[in-house]
Ligand binder design. Structure first.
Ligand SMILES: [Zn+2]
Length: 62
């Protein structure tokens, strides 16, 4: 049973295009350093690949 891992090391997948936001990697290109939790990304953050909003991402569980 997995809840997806500890905060800061989870993966979130874009349901629209399959892009994975890895909290351990963050999104440095947009000013979000490694370890940035998904919930700490601003609401304005969007999928880098398809532009979907945060509501279109789901936590990846094993
Ligand atoms: Zn996407």
């Amino acid at each position: 049973m997995s809840n997806g891992g500890p905060p800061g090391k989870r993966n979130w997948m874009c349901l629209t295009c399959g892009y994975v936001y890895d909290e351990a990697v963050g999104d440095p290109a947009r000013g979000h350093p490694p370890g940035t939790r998904f919930e700490d990304l601003p609401l304005s953050w969007r999928c880098p690949d398809c532009g979907a909003g945060k509501e279109d991402f789901d936590l990846v569980v094993d």
